[in-house]
Design a protein around this ligand. Structure first.
Ligand code: ADP
Ligand code: ZN
Ligand code: ZN
Length: 829
């Protein structure tokens, strides 16, 4: 039969061919290029192509779609080259990018920039690339270098104009030059692919000697070179035990020299061969899930399986130490045995060797780890092994959602309530948990959310029947949850009115725990020594020059530090306002607690865990291991001590200043406070003995304290959702926050007012503000915020987003507001 329509391939060959290409930039939309005849067969969707944009700037973009409709408004340029023989991204990934761009209001190019390892993102503009190998210990850098290095560390790459902006000066080249010399970053100028395969020299026996008789003949007639014979024997031993012998390993084992090896090579007995090796060491490929679940766990596991038959997403709400991880492991096993891929998402900070070891024990080399501390080379290796299907399980932080899975069966989101699944800055401001739900849908994969303190949104979805819900209310080993004691700090009067660090009750409890050889964890959500100091005479407080925040005193470095922009100042001795020399320190951070503990418990081994103390690549993990091995008695720290750690010997957990957790100006304050306190409490009394938690607080009647004391999540949820419903906050609405940023205060404020006015007619009923946020200036930029609370209706939500996008474009056409930065953020946290 003759078809009226030529088939697609034929169509394409009959007409000029065009491509919609994603460029890793914040462009308003994807643009179109023409595919010249000679590249026609090479250009496939998902491949990178080299194109020019604007005045000869070159980029590597990704072909999203091939088509034959010539753009009407302009004459498309030709693509210059196709860079990949095979697609580097799959259709599902591109659909995820498209969804994220639409939902979180950014460009697909911005998503691409976040999703691809740097190696795939080429550009002929001068761009500074963060050298991940350098780590994040910036103590050797001067102020200017530090500012750039920190920005690079966060954004991974910077344009020269951005550097100029950061340093506020025209002399940026010397700073950049020093940073390159110090290997903090590289410059990326020309199109180049800098993924170097690491090679290693292997030693191979000439195959003629694989015959035992020939080998024996050789050795029996050996001449004078006795050391060479020894070397050969070492080789034969190694190859038997190791299977493969590298030159380095052989020389080391035999204590031999290069010259001796060369002798054997010249005699054609051994051969040398350079081979690519994997940078990452892989364990044997085995699956060995060798434990059994307890009755309660088994019941939860079976319920989960039953629910998955009908629901795409299930929430496992299990109290701390109930064995959620064990249930994940059993579930993962099912999928891997069916040859499906599994993504296990964790907050970055919780990705410690503890959880890695636990999973490797069961899944060996099938598991790959992916997080920001890895070098670009390591990341690209993981990328390729996921793409080829060699790796079955990825344990990673939020960005591992972008890996090229081919056969995804399950996504586990552990600690699903954690705010760090949401990327705050820069765009895409996506939440990996919520994006995972969309992504899994494309594969018909399942999602398992797990937490001891689920987010209000997820629990709400579960109660509504949108997600399956499984609850596990029993700790492994039958341990009780810790008892919680509230200590009223108002009752403890201090002469200088400063806050109490250790109440007598807490001090006594710690003493007793130490006597019994139990460990102690103390939590405070402020780092540094003193969050602010006040002039005793006039009340002046040292402030950051670039931000509207008070400076934190760090005693170890004797510096004042801005925790918003990172600027470091010398300590002040005299008041800038009145010249007085006396300052009072009103509050305390982890550094001061550590110092105080050293005075009170001189014999105890004390350590501090916060981002100041764990700057290096392995410092965080190192501290955890020391604590696990009981080489630390008291660990004081910030949020870091909260995340998913499993310690055996903790007798006491102290929350030193709960008021600071309960008093944030944000509608999520109660949720955060409950999660934080319940999670820290969960570190107490695992395995052997019931632990106890002491909470120091002035506002003892805060309802959240009551729910924590009862460990009653459900009651907390009821209380919290009542308030949320009344004020129309999520989960009853969706919110979009729009931030306006400008170095002139009035300009930021006028832009926000003008924008709100334009929006008034259509969206007025959803708007709150505009208003200044509590900290209204950061890095010399003044901030204004406008909040939209939108009913949960996808069509309406999409319409709002479209209107917002248009209005942002229109505002930027207004000359006056062109330089105002406008940042939309959907579902901000
Ligand atoms: P959660 O993830 O809910 O906090 P975990 O899975 O970390 O709980 O379990 C807490 C501790 O109890 C871990 O050390 C774990 O190895 C142990 N555990 C839990 N369930 C079992 C089980 N069925 N068999 C052996 N050990 C278990
Ligand atoms: Zn003063
Ligand atoms: Zn600052």
């Amino acid at each position: 039969m003759i078809s009226v329509y030529p088939d697609t391939d034929e169509m394409i060959s009959l007409f000029p061919l065009f491509a919609e290409i994603i460029i890793p930039l914040a462009l308003p939309k994807n643009y179109t290029w023409r595919i010249p005849q000679h590249l026609k067969d090479k250009a496939k969707t998902g491949c990178r192509v080299e194109v020019t944009l604007g005045k000869n700037k070159k980029y590597a973009g990704i072909i999203k779609r091939l088509h034959k409709s010539k753009p009407v408004a302009f004459e498309p340029k030709d693509i210059l080259n196709v860079l990949d023989a095979e697609p580097i991204v799959f259709e599902q990934q591109m659909r995820l990018w498209e969804w994220i761009a639409q939902y979180y209001m950014c460009s697909e190019g911005e998503v691409m920039a976040a999703a691809l390892p740097s190696y795939f993102k080429l550009s002929s503009e001068t761009i500074l690339i963060c050298n991940e190998e350098y780590g994040d210990d910036f103590s050797d850098l001067d102020n200017d270098e530090y500012v750039v290095a920190e920005a690079l560390h966060i954004k991974k790459e910077l344009r020269l104009t951005e550097v100029q902006h950061l340093l506020d000066s025209s002399h940026i080249y010397p700073v950049i030059k020093r940073l390159i010399e110090k290997k903090v970053c590289f410059v990326w100028e020309a199109l180049k692919d800098s993924y170097n395969v690491k090679k290693e020299t292997y030693v191979i026996l000439n195959p003629v000697y694989e015959d035992e008789n020939t080998l024996a003949g050789l050795m029996n007639n050996w001449g004078r070179a006795a050391r060479q014979l020894e070397l050969l024997l070492s080789y034969l031993h190694l190859i038997k035990t190791e299977g493969e012998v590298t030159k380095a390993a052989l020389l080391k084992k035999a204590g031999a020299s290069d010259a001796q090896l060369k002798g054997l090579v010249e005699k054609d007995i051994l051969w040398l061969e350079k081979r690519a090796v994997d940078r990452l060491r892989y364990l044997p490929l085995h699956i060995n899930v060798d434990f059994s679940l307890t009755a309660a766990q088994q019941e939860a596991y079976e319920k989960l399986n039953a629910l998955f038959a009908e629901k795409q997403v299930c929430l496992l709400h299990g109290i701390t130490s109930s064995g959620k991880t064990q249930i994940y492991i059993k579930t993962i096993e099912q999928y891997v045995r069916r040859d499906k891929q599994v993504l296990y998402l964790l907050p970055e900070i919780a990705l410690t060797s503890q959880i890695i070891r636990r999973l490797q024990k069961h899944f060996g080399g099938y598991i790959g780890i992916y997080h920001s501390k890895f070098s670009q080379n390591e990341r690209i290796e993981i990328w390729n092994k996921i793409k080829s299907g060699e790796l079955k399980i990825i344990l990673g932080a939020r960005s591992s959602l972008f890996l090229p899975f081919t056969n995804l069966g399950l996504i586990v989101v552990d600690e699903e309530h954690d705010a760090s699944f949401k990327q705050h800055d820069p765009a895409p401001r996506y939440n990996a948990r919520d994006s995972a739900v969309y992504y899994a849908g494309l594969f018909e994969a399942k999602i398992l959310l797990g937490s001891a303190t689920p987010s209000v949104e997820s629990y709400f979805n579960a109660l509504q029947g949108k997600y399956g819900l499984v609850e596990l209310n029993e700790r492994y080993g039958g341990m009780d949850l810790p008892g919680i004691k509230i200590i009223d700090t108002k009752q403890i009067v201090r002469k200088d009115k400063s806050k109490i660090i250790l109440s007598p009750q807490l001090k006594e409890a710690i003493e007793k725990a130490l006597e019994k050889d139990r460990q102690v964890i103390l939590f405070q959500n402020r780092r540094g020594y003193s969050p602010y100091q006040i002039c005793a005479a006039c009340g002046w407080i040292p402030q950051c020059r670039h931000c509207d925040v008070s400076l934190t005193y760090h005693k170890l470095s004797n510096k004042l530090v801005c925790h918003y922009c990172g600027t470091v100042y010398p300590n002040v001795t005299a008041c800038a306002a009145c010249g007085s020399y006396t300052f009072v320190q009103r509050n305390f951070g982890t550094e001061k607690i550590e110092e105080h503990l050293e005075e009170v418990f001189p014999k105890a081994r004390i350590a501090r865990m916060d981002i100041d103390s764990v700057r290096g690549k392995h410092a965080h993990d190192g501290l955890i291991q020391l604590f696990e091995q009981k080489r630390i008695d008291i660990l004081v720290g910030t949020q870091m001590v909260v995340k998913g750690l499993d310690f055996e010997h903790v007798g006491i957990v102290g929350i030193l200043d709960a008021d600071s957790v309960l008093s944030f100006a944000d509608f999520r304050v109660n949720e955060r406070a409950f999660q934080l306190m319940e999670q820290v409490s969960g570190r107490a009394g695992r395995k052997n003995e019931k632990g106890s938690v002491l909470i120091q607080v002035a506002n003892t009647r805060h309802p959240v304290l009551h729910f924590v004391q009862q460990h009653d999540y459900a009651a907390f949820f009821r209380y919290e959702t009542e308030g949320r419903e009344r004020f129309f906050y999520p989960p009853y609405s969706r919110i979009i926050l729009i931030t306006f940023r400008h170095k002139i205060k009035e300009r930021a404020s006028e832009a926000a007012q003008y924008f709100a006015m334009e929006l008034q007619k259509e969206l007025g009923k959803y708007m709150v503000g505009p208003a200044e946020p509590p900290v209204n200036r950061v890095r010399n930029q003044y901030l204004m915020e406008l909040l939209l609370k939108i009913p949960k209706d996808t069509i309406l939500l999409n319409r709002c987003k479209a209107i917002l996008k248009d209005q942002i474009g229109l505002l930027h056409q207004n000359k006056k507001f062109r330089s105002v930065v406008i940042i939309p953020n959907a579902d901000p946290l």
